[in-house]
Design a protein around this ligand. Structure first.
Ligand code: CS2
Length: 488
């Protein structure tokens, strides 16, 4: 079977949407760090829209900081891939042509630095996941004993981390008399722009205080809220698409119709005409907080409870009435902690979210969402818990979600099947829990784990009591038992 590529584009079925621009005439105004499926189904589509609209400055040079897997999928396809938008029965296929080159940073660090330092580059986007920022999840401070970060603190000759690449490239730009690029963190972190800026400035200051001042004065790190559900592609997805296209596409992504990108209107250089698709605003935080606490908070609760109950996909968890009732209750709790933007109708947002979670053709795995819980919990569940406790309000549903995360750390579901806890802090968390014999002991141990649990919650008896209640139930009656008890 031939591969999708520039040479085979003309063979595609007529119902597949193709790039309308001349790919050979595109220059790359964007460097993206962390080219996973999310980037390909989100920011790359927005830049592809700009190219389709005739502004040919917005091609993308993308980089992987770790493995060659995506480069090996995309290079034989000249960077082309299919975005499949699945909406229940309907499925639309569009070929995205924005990605012009993929660099594997550990193999070619100088190629990535050259791309970042190029006069054509105006915007750098990042999807490196929460853990890629090398920040302590509970405090947001740089983790100085992280080996890769320690290497970048010592020398930036061959950077290891994303902030390291940005600092090294900004030094090259400054030396060449170029303006900085606008750096946009597109990860699900609160105040992602501030966090990225802090990481870059702190690293820069260790090497060259003047460089740090120059970045602080001339650079820009807008905050963003990104939203689109992009489940990992499976071999079955690729096989089905191959049937449909008559060509094989190893780099396809599948996603939902919904897409949202809110960006703080703070750029230090050119940007595309974002008039379609992107919301530019002065205040991203209210959007970000609503999305993290409603969408992502519910997602994490569904992932751990569903995972424990050995249910593979989000829509299958929500087929249980007690799971839906739990999600609604979690939203009732989270909602009172928000200051939603005036344009956001929270009731409608919740209805839309439930419908998005119900999409049966996305097949979003609970296991995928369960990954990296230590990096996700603080902003999704612990922050709204702290806010509710400070206001003297109950935390029943939010605490059940946290207890399910804690139960997940045991590495066994309710059927006794083992799972791997896929989390950068899996080993220290396991060590913390190893000697605890009862649910009370496990709660006490985790409350003392300060990389995840903030100090205000560590000593709050109401939190301890709620967690112990739910963990005891989860351990004795399983996730389905706890959900049934929750309903009554
Ligand atoms: C999910 C997110 O895996 C996860 O943690 O909650 O990736 C979620 O699908 C996106 O944030 C939706 O925009």
């Amino acid at each position: 079977m031939s591969r999708l590529s520039s040479a085979t584009l003309a063979q595609l079925p007529a119902d597949v949407t193709l790039p309308s621009y001349d790919r050979a005439a595109v220059t790359c105004g964007v460097v993206h760090i962390g080219i996973g499926a999310f980037h390909r189904a989100h920011q790359a589509v927005v830049f592809d829209d700009a190219l389709n609209a005739g502004d040919l400055r917005w091609g993308i040079i993308a980089a992987s900081l770790r493995s060659p897997a995506v480069r090996d999928q995309m290079q034989p396809q000249d960077g082309l891939y299919t975005m499949l938008v699945r909406d229940g029965a309907a499925e639309q296929a569009r070929i995205i042509g924005a990605v012009q080159q993929v660099i594997v940073a550990p193999e070619e660090p100088t190629a990535l630095l050259a791309a970042l330092a190029s006069p054509d580059t105006h915007i750098v986007t990042l999807t490196i996941t929460e853990k890629g920022y090398k920040l302590d999840p509970s405090t947001g401070a740089l983790i100085a004993d992280d080996p890769q970060l320690a290497a970048d603190l010592a020398s930036l000759e061959s950077p290891q981390t994303a902030p390291g690449y940005l600092v090294a490239a900004l030094a090259l730009r400054r030396a060449a008399g170029l303006a900085p690029f606008t750096a946009i963190s597109c990860d699900n972190l609160p105040h992602n722009g501030v966090r990225l800026r802090n990481a870059v400035l702190e690293l820069a200051r260790r090497h060259d205080a003047d460089l740090a001042d120059w970045i602080a004065t001339h650079g820009a790190f807008p905050e963003t809220m990104v939203d689109r559900i992009v489940p990992a592609t499976t071999p079955e997805d690729i096989a089905a698409l191959t049937q449909r296209l008559g060509l094989e596409d190893q780099a396809m992504v599948k996603t939902e119709p919904f897409i949202q990108w809110v960006i703080e209107d703070k750029f230090c250089g050119p940007r595309p005409d974002f008039s379609a698709g992107v919301q530019l605003t002065q205040a991203v935080a209210p959007w970000e907080e609503a999305k993290l606490r409603l969408l992502n908070g519910a997602h994490s609760g569904i992932a751990y409870l569903g995972g424990l109950a050995a249910i593979d996909h989000v829509h299958e968890v929500l087929a249980l009435p007690e799971a839906r009732a739990f999600v609604e209750a979690l939203w009732d709790e989270a909602e009172t902690t928000l200051t939603p933007p005036p344009e956001l109708d929270v009731a409608a947002y919740r209805r839309d979210l439930m419908a998005r979670f119900d999409n049966p053709t996305l097949r979003h795995r609970t296991r995928q969402i369960a990954m990296d819980g230590s990096q996700k919990l603080p902003q999704r569940l612990l922050a709204p818990i702290a806010a509710r406790l400070a206001a003297g309000q109950g935390i029943d549903a939010l605490a059940l979600a946290v207890a399910a995360w804690l139960r997940w750390q045991a590495g066994q579901d309710d059927k006794g099947d083992a799972h791997q806890v896929d989390d950068p802090l899996a080993a220290p968390i396991a060590a913390t829990l190893a000697d605890a014999r009862t649910s009370q002991d496990r709660v006490a141990a985790i409350l003392a784990f300060d990389a995840v649990i903030p100090p205000t919650l560590a000593t709050d008896d109401r939190f301890r009591t709620a967690l112990t209640h739910w963990l005891t139930l989860l351990e004795s009656q399983g996730a389905l038992g706890a959900l049934a008890a929750f309903r009554h």
